[in-house]
Unconditional design. Structure first.
Length: 583
């Protein structure tokens, strides 16, 4: 069954309340029945007939009832099949507006919001999609059909949280979705939600737990007679690869490839080859990795996935010491991403604005960080070449900006802490670059950013409140306190398939959404508040030295990395940057 047909099957379960008596109106209703039951026409013809029927409906002054709403949703579905997502959004928004007018039509608000979220998701409007799916969660009742919409929304919210790097939030949505799908006895949907759970666990390096979940999701997918097992075997392959179980990983990748070949899905085959290439890369078998990556490039059409492939390919050249080839390939990867950046010279990087707008920031961060590391190793191989060191530092600064943007999008403190730990090695390499350049000013900035950035976030938030009215401050505080109170309540409830826990988690999602919506409105309407809150500037070295000179004082700050300890001593008149090995 196609996705559109599946959605339509659910919609048909909703009540139809229309009664029309005029002969002309009956003709219109007959035409609607023909369109709704015969979906074999070409999408262009369906759209033409559906739009024509809407116009006739309104010309006849027929009431905008449940059948009219279903017509709007059908038309939106037809636009989606043609990848005309903005037109689909308009149809779904019209359905929501129509359903909001009469009490007996409110049953259509939930499915309309869900379909709106899907259209936004297809159109790569991630924030709008998230808002729509959260609206579904607000609307969900105890009715089984409504709970189905809510469970599907949990699936998409888990995916969207994953894309933002908020893996804890992804787990929360996946876990609640799994409980709901279990109540619905929907094994296929449980398997899909487990896949989102597995993806988040994998990124959090919880490989053993991920492996257990992966085997369960495959078992459930088979039991549900799911015929698209490729993604499940691909996820299992990634986990076994991370666990060092090479034979099991290759076996899973082969099974995934077989599934995709049977489905004639070359794009997904490219994903398997990409991850198989990474397995060989992690073993130091760069030639075999390059072979897999180059094969995947022929098949892969998705822009983000091509960027990831090119990054992996460039990393092979980097590790083999072919720095120019690596840097050129990184640049191709950056140009492949759907951002306003096409510069061919590796000396150039995307602008902060282009970085901020990209949806899958982790892909972009990986390329930029790898590119910076390559510049650094290239400089070291050339006897600390200053030009290449400066290019490395410029690129690390872009990576640092990306980390800020990713942190701002995350709601969970655990996810923020995870990313600070994950990017620690980047800060170590960036500070090493400063050391080799003897650039005390940039070293000081990076030392401060790496040590206390989450504290700085809180300080910025407090400072930004000075730009708000007393009423706005009180409302934000009340909303934040409500979130904190609900988080504390949730922490004291047993989690194992507990209805009380699920109910509390839903309340938390709603309170977090209310807070986030309020804050985003403040950011949009109050530019001073926005600038202050997201100000990432640190105290300059010159300002610090001026203060120290007045106080006749000195400062020593440090960074402890995996391989070295960096110390920066600052007085009013001079700076000394030192490096010591960590044994």
């Amino acid at each position: 069954m196609k996705a559109g047909c599946y959605i339509w099957t659910l919609l048909c379960g909703l009540l139809v309340t229309s009664q029309h008596s005029h002969a002309q109106c009956d003709i219109i209703l007959d035409d609607y029945r023909k369109i709704s039951t015969n979906r074999s026409l070409q999408p262009e013809q369906l759209i033409k007939q559906e739009i024509n029927l809407q116009e006739r409906w309104q010309a006849c002054s027929l009431p905008k009832d449940s059948i009219f709403i279903k017509l709007l949703l059908l038309t939106g579905d037809s636009f989606v099949s043609q990848k005309k997502y903005k037109s689909a959004v308009q149809q779904y928004q019209n359905a929501i507006e129509t359903a909001s007018v009469k009490k007996q039509l409110k049953q259509f608000l939930t499915p309309s919001a869900y379909l709106l979220g899907k259209a936004y998701l297809f159109d790569n409007q991630m924030e709008s999609a998230k808002a729509a799916f959260l609206t579904v969660l607000k609307n969900v009742t105890d009715q089984p059909i409504d709970r189905k919409w809510g469970t599907l929304s949990q699936l998409h919210l888990a995916y969207l949280s994953f894309l933002q790097g908020d893996y804890q939030q992804a787990l929360a949505h996946a876990d609640l979705g799994i409980d709901w799908a279990s109540d619905l006895h929907d094994e296929a949907l449980i398997a899909k939600l487990l896949r989102e759970r597995v993806n988040a666990l994998y990124e959090l390096n919880r490989y053993e737990e991920a492996a257990t979940n992966a085997h369960r999701m495959i078992q459930l997918a088979k039991s549900a007679q799911e015929n698209k097992l490729g993604p499940y075997y691909l996820a299992l392959g990634d986990i076994e690869s991370a666990r060092g179980e090479t034979e099991q990983a290759i076996k899973a990748y082969i099974q995934a490839t077989d599934c995709y070949q049977k489905a004639n899905n070359s794009v997904q085959q490219a994903f398997v080859l990409t991850n198989l290439g990474f397995l060989y890369y992690s073993q130091g078998n760069f030639k075999q990795a390059i072979s897999e990556y180059q094969h995947a490039l022929v098949l892969q059409e998705d822009s983000f996935s091509r960027a990831r492939l090119l990054d992996n390919l460039a990393a092979c050249w980097w590790k083999m010491g072919q720095f120019d080839k690596a840097l050129s390939t990184y640049q191709q990867g950056l140009a492949a991403m759907p951002i306003a950046f096409k510069a061919l010279s590796a000396k150039h990087n995307p602008s902060p604005q282009a970085i901020r707008l990209v949806s899958q920031k982790e892909y972009l961060l990986t390329i930029i960080q790898d590119k910076a590391d390559t510049w650094l190793d290239y400089a070291k191989a050339m006897g600390n070449n200053r030009q290449r060191l400066k290019l490395a530092l410029d690129t690390y600064i872009i990576a640092d900006q990306m980390i800020d943007y990713m942190r701002w999008e995350q709601t969970g403190q655990q996810s923020k802490l995870f990313w600070r730990q994950k990017t620690r090695s980047m800060y170590e390499r960036a500070i090493e670059t400063c050391y080799r350049l003897n650039d005390a000013e940039q070293a000081f900035r990076l030392l401060e950013k790496s040590r206390a950035v989450m504290l700085a976030d809180k300080i910025n938030e407090l400072g930004a409140q000075q730009k708000l009215t007393r009423q706005q401050i009180q409302e934000e505080q009340q909303l934040q306190q409500a979130v904190n109170k609900q988080q504390n309540k949730l922490a004291n409830i047993p989690t194992d398939h507990n209805p009380a826990y699920n109910a509390a988690q839903m309340v938390l999602f709603a309170k977090q959404d209310t807070l986030n919506t309020f804050v985003k409105k403040l950011e949009a309407s109050n530019s001073a508040y926005y600038r202050y809150k997201y100000d990432t500037t640190t105290t300059s070295l010159a300002a610090l030295q001026k203060h120290l000179k007045v106080q006749s004082a000195s400062l020593i700050t440090s960074f402890v990395g995996d391989s070295a300890l960096y110390l920066l001593a600052v007085t009013g008149d001079r700076t000394v940057l030192k490096k010591q090995s960590v044994s």
